[in-house]
Design a protein around this ligand. Structure first.
Ligand code: TPP
Ligand code: MG
Length: 543
């Protein structure tokens, strides 16, 4: 058995799991770990940021873009809390992010001496933020705990995990056997439930498929099943791009709600069906079938007729095998859906200023390029109208919808996928949450292109105050820097684009620039409200 420090065993184990980047902000509690990262040389890249939230968001973006586990390391107490919003997002988005968190001296934990960065019950706080967390208490535990953490991140409902380690434990040396990765257990497919679901879907007159983030690794299967059943596929945010938007059966809001009103059998894949069941409504004529990695999820709002637990792709494959023996004849829906899409687009044309900018981005971003959404006027519209052609090309922040997530998350996505262009959008409100990470983008030569919409306001808040609160405007106007000069002062290539045509040209230059970041400022005015297409009233009977 090799003698190693806890830190060395941790780094070696991360490498054995394919984790080759550490998003990081150093500090004395973790010095031994950084030394182990140094000694690991070229095998692991350490990407340091200017604030802990940047490191955690970057790990999140890397995880979302790759679907693979990613890690970050920060000091305890304030370092941990500074990553709070990103960790919350990772939990809500089921993203495999491993948080390595320092700790005060082992013997002092829980004794309230007021050590540097001490926080009461750090382990307890962490355990509320993630489903799996442990503290490494000896060198020989490190490798096993890394393997368990990473297994937990893809077992059942995927999500983040955390490992703490005390300041005096990272450097402790001892015998440390490296354990191989623990494969995540896969629940056996429940053949009876799949057969029951195949019969229900086969008999359906107007089946509908709804995809969420849990369907992202099942794009081929969803595409095949949609054709087999002539079933439209509804996706909103992370469900976009699983069925290519070019397929007339690929729909988003608001057409999805009309289809929800008409369907007799709905198949929800890796989605909470939250908007559908709580806003649009459910009645006894609707049969719901769920596929979900998390056994707790399907019955949370309403018990479905069938719940298929496990990874979507193999379950869908079984359904595709079984359905033909039970499949009803249905008229092809291609032409009907193309017409209905055109009608829906006429209604959405109200969002013309947003659509013109999104069309410019879509025209320059290749099909496999990644678009990172924000809580901004353009983002709300992107969720409704922007076409996506592949899964994992639309990173949208899930139910947290937390302002300020986008820029640093996009940096992580672009860092992990340097082979693809990544374009992020931000409002002037959201951007300044992490604009300091322009520095990290330059330092690490991350070729992200950011489109910054500047309206001098928390525009969404302002519109709500105008429309619903008698124009009593409060806390919504913003004093901005000159963003072009601001970015340039970091060494970022920056320009201003005043029209969709100028934006297109600027994007082309930015995407071609592969040795560093680009910022494109787009001055904008107030934009038409998207909310009538998002918060839509009930369309089926009571719950
Ligand atoms: C963490 C967090 N804080 C506050 C909000 C509330 N919020 C939603 S949109 C918004 C304003 C966004 O302003 P900006 O980024 O400039 O985009 P714009 O609406 O102007 O396009 C705010 C404050 C939020 N979603 N998340
Ligand atoms: Mg704004």
């Amino acid at each position: 058995m090799d003698r190693m420090t806890t830190a060395e065993a941790t780094v070696e184990s991360l490498l054995a799991h394919g984790v080759t980047t550490m998003y990081a902000l150093p500090g004395v509690h973790n010095d031994h770990l950084f030394d182990a990262l140094f000694k690991a040389g070229e095998r692991i890249r350490t990407i340091h940021t200017r604030h802990e939230q940047g490191a955690a968001y970057m790990a999140l973006g890397a995880a979302l873009a790759t679907g693979k586990p990613q890690a970050y390391v920060v000091v305890p107490g304030p370092g941990l809390l500074n990553t709070g919003a990103a960790l919350l997002n990772a939990f809500s988005m089921n993203a495999p992010v491993l948080a390595l968190i320092g700790q005060i001296p082992d013997a002092d934990i829980g004794r309230g001496f007021g050590q540097l960065h001490e926080i009461r019950d750090q382990s307890g706080i962490i355990s509320r933020l993630v489903d799996w967390s442990e503290r490494i208490r000896a060198p020989h535990e490190a490798s096993r705990l890394v393997a368990e953490a990473i297994r937990s991140m893809s077992t059942g409902r995927p999500g983040p995990a955390a490992l703490e380690c005390a300041i005096d434990m990272w450097g402790r040396q001892g015998p440390a056997a490296l354990v191989p990765p623990h494969p995540a257990p896969r629940p056996p497919i429940d053949e009876d439930a799949v057969l029951a679901a195949a019969k229900l879907l086969g008999a359906a007159r107007r089946p509908l498929i709804v995809c969420g983030g849990g369907a992202q690794d099942a794009s081929a299967e969803v595409t095949e099943l949609s054709a087999l059943l002539q079933a439209p596929v509804l996706g909103y945010r992370r469900g976009r791009g699983i069925l290519d938007s070019r397929d007339p059966l690929s729909v988003t809001l608001p057409l999805g709600r009309d289809l929800w009103a008409e369907t007799d059998v709905v198949l929800g894949i890796g989605t909470r069906l939250h908007m559908q069941q709580t806003q649009w409504g459910v009645d006894d004529d609707l049969t719901i079938i769920r596929i979900d990695a998390d056994p707790e999820e399907p019955a949370r709002l309403r018990r479905p007729a069938a719940a298929l637990i496990g990874d979507a792709a193999p379950i869908l494959r079984r359904l595709i095998d079984l359905i033909p023996a039970h499949n009803a004849r249905r008229p092809p829906r291609r032409d009907e859906m193309a017409e209905r899409q055109a009608a829906a687009n006429k209604r959405l044309a109200k969002l013309a200023p947003q659509i013109a900018l999104l069309e410019a981005i879509r025209a320059e971003l290749p099909d496999d390029g990644i678009f990172v959404d924000e809580v901004t006027q353009l983002g709300f519209a992107a969720r409704l109208v922007m076409p996506f052609h592949k899964p994992r090309t639309f990173l949208s922040p899930g139910y947290q919808d937390n302002l300020g997530w986008g820029f640093a998350t996009a940096l992580g996505a672009q860092d992990a996928r340097r082979d693809l262009p990544v374009v992020a959008i931000s409002g002037d409100g959201g951007f300044l949450y992490t604009a300091n990470e322009l520095s990290s983008a330059v330092r690490h030569k991350i070729p992200l292109v950011t489109v910054l919409l500047v309206d001098g306001a928390f525009g969404n808040v302002r519109r709500i105050q105008e429309e619903r609160y008698g124009n009593r405007l409060i806390a919504c106007d913003l004093a901005n820097p000159d963003f072009v000069r601001f970015a340039e002062s970091f060494g970022v290539a920056a320009e201003r684009a005043r029209t969709p045509q100028e934006l297109r040209a600027a994007l082309r230059r930015g995407i071609a620039r592969r040795d560093g970041p680009t910022l494109i400022e787009v001055p904008v005015g107030p934009m038409p409200s998207p909310w009538e297409f998002i918060q839509m009233p009930r369309i089926r009977g009571g719950r």
